[in-house]
Design a binder for this molecule. Structure first.
Ligand SMILES: Cc1cc2nc3c(=O)[nH]c(=O)nc-3n(C[C@H](O)[C@H](O)[C@H](O)COP(=O)(O)OP(=O)(O)OC[C@H]3O[C@@H](n4cnc5c(N)ncnc54)[C@H](O)[C@@H]3O)c2cc1C
Length: 399
């Protein structure tokens, strides 16, 4: 069915739903097509830094997020084997004061639910599940999506928000060439009551060590602890969150690490593993009436915690560009890319650099960790180094 004024979004993840909400709030008609039969996110945590909450608040989500988020009191850095702890009063009130909006920690399903509720509040049937897009074609007047079940839908614009294995990107630009980083990420969630009191705290913890990094932080009002770890390994190359590992395998990756790390690992029912891949930043994201956002066009390593935040910023900007240049798709998407390309490429580059720093073999040495904490994690320097990222206001960009 053709709808000349509609925007079709492929992918109902965090980026796709944020774009749908941003477009609906501007009075544009939107439909989101999600391949899963049920709208849900993986059971894992996510951190949304101040530049992301700034956009989510502008989309009217402050109260709904307040019902599910955790605002951590601070961050602590710990030594991988001795457990020595350095406390930083970064995050919490310090971050909110510096950047105007807080750094929050969430269950991904809760953030996804908040976005889906807000979209459905403006258009109850906007999100279509069980719709796997298999192809896209366009002419001067409209774009046509085709789905696995044989249906065809048309609209004025298409946004491919279909993630790291994007079908829309492949249709526009051909297959990509990911390269394995030699690094695997683990994730798991633990009910807070299973953990000892000195671990079950409302703060973010980063464990620094050689060849690995462990992070844990509270989510869902503090009812769950999210565990994420990164380790150098070359025997696992599947880039997907649906593959379960075992706690024995996870524990083996952190042999010799402090007992508190193992206390958390032992309480995870099923840990999942994801092979980290890198891709060269794309030169262009758009063809005619079709563009991309989020992981579909600038997937990034998780060392800056910015993948979803960049998708949220993209969503706000692409909606503003479509509204302003609705009758001129080429200008709408050219402006969108112009605003977003350098910033997202910088995030991809810096995340890659952080990986080298996080996995330095020198961190095996206790003195080197103390130096690293002083050099790289020291609060004032870290804030200055990251101002370009967190102070950015996607809602105030001139379109
Ligand atoms: C270990 C790890 C930790 C991370 N931590 C953070 C963090 O703390 N903060 C942060 O900001 N980012 C983080 N990220 C990155 C973040 O997870 C991603 O950048 C983010 O999920 C991208 O959102 P998206 O909407 O672009 O894509 P996705 O979340 O992948 O959503 C894509 C959606 O499209 C659907 N889809 C795919 N193909 C089709 C199709 N053909 N037809 C219809 N639907 C389709 C999928 O089912 C999915 O729902 C982390 C990543 C990793 C690996």
């Amino acid at each position: 069915m053709a709808s000349p004024n509609r925007v079709m979004i492929v992918g109902g993840g965090i980026g796709g739903l944020a774009a749908a909400l941003a477009l609906l709030r501007r009075g544009l008609d939107v439909e989101v097509y999600e391949q899963s039969g049920e709208l849900k996110e993986v059971g894992a945590g996510i951190q949304i830094s101040s530049n992301g909450t700034r956009v989510l608040y502008a989309l009217g989500l402050e109260q709904a997020l307040g019902r599910v988020q955790v605002i951590p009191t601070r961050r602590q850095i710990r030594h991988w084997s001795t457990g020595e702890t350095w406390s930083w009063f970064e995050l919490g009130a310090t971050t909110a004061r510096r950047y105007g909006t807080p750094h929050i920690m969430l269950h991904r399903g809760d953030l996804h639910g908040v976005l889906a509720d807000a979209v459905r509040c403006l258009k109850p049937d906007a999100i279509k599940v069980g719709k796997r897009c298999v192809g896209v074609i366009q002419c001067d007047e409209h774009v046509q999506l085709s789905f696995e079940a044989g249906e065809v839908m048309s609209a004025a614009f298409v946004i491919g928000a279909d993630g790291i294995h994007s079908r829309i990107r492949e249709c526009l630009f051909g297959p990509d060439k990911p390269e394995f980083t030699g690094c695997v990420a683990w994730r798991g969630l633990v009910p807070m009551e299973r953990l000892p009191p000195h671990i079950s705290q409302m703060l973010g913890t980063n464990w620094l060590g050689p060849r690995g990094h462990v992070l844990h932080y509270p989510v869902r009002r503090g009812e769950l602890m999210n565990f994420i770890s990164l380790v150098e390994r070359d025997d696992w190359q599947i880039e997907s969150w649906t593959v379960a590992g075992t706690t024995d395998e996870l524990a083996n990756d952190y042999r010799g690490w402090h007992a508190d790390v193992h206390a958390i690992i032992r309480t995870i029912d099923v840990p999942f593993k994801w092979a980290l891949m890198v891709r060269r930043p794309m030169d262009c994201w758009t063809k005619g009436r079709i563009t991309l956002l989020g992981d579909a066009c600038h997937p990034t390593l998780p060392f800056l915690g910015q993948g979803a935040v960049m998708a949220i910023e993209d969503a706000y900007v692409v909606a503003a560009c479509i509204e302003k240049y609705f009758s001129d798709p080429a200008t709408a998407f050219a402006r969108y890319e112009q605003i977003r390309r350098d910033r997202t490429a910088m995030v991809v580059r810096k995340s890659h650099e952080n990986r080298k720093q996080a996995f330095s073999p020198a961190l095996a040495n206790t003195d080197e960790i103390a130096d690293s904490v002083a050099r790289d994690w020291q609060q004032v320097r870290r804030s200055e180094r990251l101002d370009w990222l967190y102070a950015y206001d996607a809602t105030a960009v001139e379109i």
